[in-house]
Design a protein around this ligand. Structure first.
Ligand code: GLA
Length: 373
């Protein structure tokens, strides 16, 4: 299986942690359809850690917790598939999952077979309880091999948090996405730290195996399992824009059954989603950041240029884009006219420069096409 765009969906962990059960997952699937998230491209409904019994069954297979999932995973998968959505689950490369449920170490093939039989379309694969002498690359190659030969297309979402220089070996496994950083929490400090850590890793993402900056916190507003301080509208907007521009998977983490208008406005911004899903699969690059505003650029398949100006500082700053840096040198008789993807404003080069004032923790994201002068 080959993927040319980052996966989009919803995962139970950020809000619900171990408080999961089949009615919650079914309600989340219903909400994804009703709210328009499905039409916008969100398709995977993913159960994270804490779905299994603490012990494997006599046949060596993992057993779903009967209290949480009385109808079993196959029935749940069918429910989700009937809605036109896809079903995701979770396991771990070590002896146990991070929350101490059975891990897949030395059970890779039987677990892959079980997931395939249940109708699973996506497997998040964590890195806790890895024996000290085991090699991470080998463990991801093992489960990758098992999934790729399970008879079902299962997206393999590696989750080793960038540990052990994940970027240097992950593409040698069958992984389709790979977590490049530690766990997110619902605060601007966390968003900022993940973006900064991502910068040197940008060349390692892209088609086939995308960098995963972790699940979205948009709309959590300080509530739930990884809820912390919560963020402002501008901070969530910057977070979503960066994840989209950097081609990270867009996996929602808030309670999709009760999203407010602001949350919808962000998660359903089709122009920003289109940047994330662009099939050109080009690497995002960083240009100057003269006044401390990060400026990132990515070219689109149709020739457009997308620019994100991210102010991670605690005060208002000026952000500058020079036309030269996006390949538009002087005297070409052409310019690029941009449209702001959040406010719809037009933005033009003046003397080869676009200079903008960006609020603290805010961003400007704009898309432009080449025009004759
Ligand atoms: C790790 C992962 C998280 C989540 C938890 C579950 O910390 O990075 O995303 O899956 O485990 O225990």
């Amino acid at each position: 299986m080959y993927i040319e765009k980052p996966p989009m969906g919803w995962n139970s962990w950020n809000t619900f942690g171990e408080e999961i059960n089949e009615s919650l997952i079914m309600e989340a699937a219903d909400a994804i359809v009703k709210s328009g998230l499905k039409d916008a491209g969100y398709e995977y409904v993913i159960i994270d850690d804490c779905w299994a019994l603490r012990e494997r069954g006599r046949d060596g297979r993992m057993v779903p917790d009967h209290k949480k999932f009385p109808s079993g995973m196959k029935a749940l998968a069918e429910y989700i598939h009937k809605k036109g959505l896809k079903f995701g689950m979770y396991s771990c490369a070590g002896t146990m999952t991070c929350a101490s449920y059975p891990g897949s170490l030395d059970h890779e093939f039987i677990d892959a077979q079980t997931f395939a039989e249940w109708g699973v379309d996506y497997l998040k694969y964590d890195y806790c309880f890895k024996p000290a002498n085991a090699d991470g690359a080998t463990l991801y190659r093992r489960m990758g091999l098992a999934l790729a030969n399970s008879g079902r297309d299962i997206l393999f979402a590696a989750c080793s948090w960038g540990a052990d220089a994940t970027h240097s070996w992950i593409r040698s496994s069958h992984a389709h996405t790979w977590r490049s950083t530690g766990d997110i929490n619902d605060s601007f400090v966390s968003i900022k730290s993940i973006i900064e850590q991502q910068i040197p890793l940008l060349p390692y993402g892209g088609q086939g195996c995308f960098n995963d900056m972790d699940m979205l916190i948009v709309g959590m507003n300080g509530k739930g399992n990884v809820g912390l301080t919560g963020c402002t509208f501008q901070e969530y907007k910057l977070h979503f824009s960066a994840w989209a521009l950097f081609a990270s998977p867009l996996i929602i983490g808030c309670d999709v059954r009760s999203m407010d208008e602001t949350t919808r406005k962000i998660l359903l911004n089709r122009d920003v989603i289109a940047v994330n899903q662009d099939r050109g699969g080009r690497q995002v690059y960083q240009t100057q950041n003269d006044y401390g505003v990060h400026v990132f650029v990515r070219v689109m398949e149709n020739g457009d240029v997308v620019v994100g100006l991210f102010n991670l500082n605690d005060d208002r700053r000026r952000g500058i884009l020079f036309s030269d840096t996006i390949g538009l040198s002087q005297n070409t008789g052409r310019t690029v006219v941009f449209r702001d993807l959040w406010t719809d404003e037009r933005r033009y080069f003046v003397n080869g420069t676009i200079e903008l004032s960006v609020d603290a923790h805010d961003c400007v994201m704009m898309r432009g096409s080449v025009k004759e002068l």
